[in-house]
Design a protein around this ligand. Structure first.
Ligand code: FE2
Ligand code: FE2
Length: 275
């Protein structure tokens, strides 16, 4: 499976019309309401689904804003000019992703706005997921984070692709294409470090240490294997896969990728907080 391929086959939702334009899919594609028209506004969502969308968007936005804080010190410290330019692009992309998630939250009125205010006040170390509370102490952290943690982000976004809430589904294509750049960049940082560490602020050992630091945090991000929330999200047509299904696909993908980079991945159960 190539980097960023969908964990379990792409939803067959994109219909190319004869003119070659992509027609948006109007009906729910999976879950208990398959075939029914998608939800298009916050007010028409059933209460439980409404709460779930808000919760998912708060976590999504939190990760976007947190990663800006993590990348920021490297904007003018990355080894090459190209690396600095990509760092600045990543920061701009994550800001835009945070904005997109907050725009969805805004549709939920005062409640949504309260969450946005809280999100904007969060500092380093105060974020929801562990992976976003760790600093990028070394350049190898930037490589391992973008390669491993952003890649989990891609799996999460793909799980929302063509989902039952129209505004969320429509935010996915651009976010996904931008995330693809981030994780390819991460793989290239690690690869260069393995091949010519002295030139690129590191060494093969440092790259490998960074992978040991971030891999368990990345695997934790998929959430608990028997999560009731993830089961409900699938029933509502919001998420495509269970946490464990997505995690298994991710492990298979990164195992193959790291073999080509020349770094050995730690055991998947080592140093885990969420299983
Ligand atoms: Fe992002
Ligand atoms: Fe990213």
């Amino acid at each position: 499976m190539a980097a960023g391929d969908p964990p379990n086959g792409t939803p067959t939702a994109r219909n190319l019309s004869s003119g070659g334009t992509i027609e948006p899919v109007r009906e729910i594609l999976w879950g208990t309401s398959t075939g029914v028209r998608k939800y298009e506004t916050a007010t028409e969502l059933p209460e439980e689904m409404r709460r779930l969308v808000v919760k998912l968007m708060v976590v999504q936005a939190d990760t976007e804003f947190a990663s800006i804080q993590q990348h920021r010190p490297w904007l003018d410290r990355a080894p090459t000019l190209e690396d600095r330019w990509i760092e600045s692009r990543i920061v701009a992309d994550e800001a835009r992703h945070g904005l997109q998630a907050c725009r969805i939250l805004r549709d939920f009125g005062e409640e949504g706005q309260r969450f946005i205010d809280e999100l904007l006040a969060k500092r380093e170390g105060e974020h929801k997921l562990d992976a976003f509370n760790l600093a990028f102490d070394r350049w190898s952290d930037v490589g391992a984070f973008t390669c491993l943690v952003d890649r989990v982000g891609v799996y999460q976004l793909r799980a929302f692709q063509e989902c039952s809430y129209g505004p969320l589904a429509r935010a996915m294509p651009l976010m996904l294409s931008e995330e693809q750049l981030h994780l390819n960049f991460g793989a290239s940082v690690l690869r260069r470090m393995v091949q010519d560490g002295a030139k690129y602020y590191g060494s093969a050992d440092e790259a490998s240490e960074a992978v040991r630091k971030w891999y368990p945090r990345a695997l934790d991000m998929f959430g608990h294997s028997n999560s009731e929330t993830s089961r409900r999200a699938i029933e509502f047509g919001l998420k495509r896969w269970t946490n464990e299904e997505a995690r298994r696909r991710y492990i298979a993908e990164v195992t193959a990728l790291f073999r080509t980079i020349g770094i050995e991945l730690p055991d998947e159960h080592r140093d885990r907080h969420v299983e």
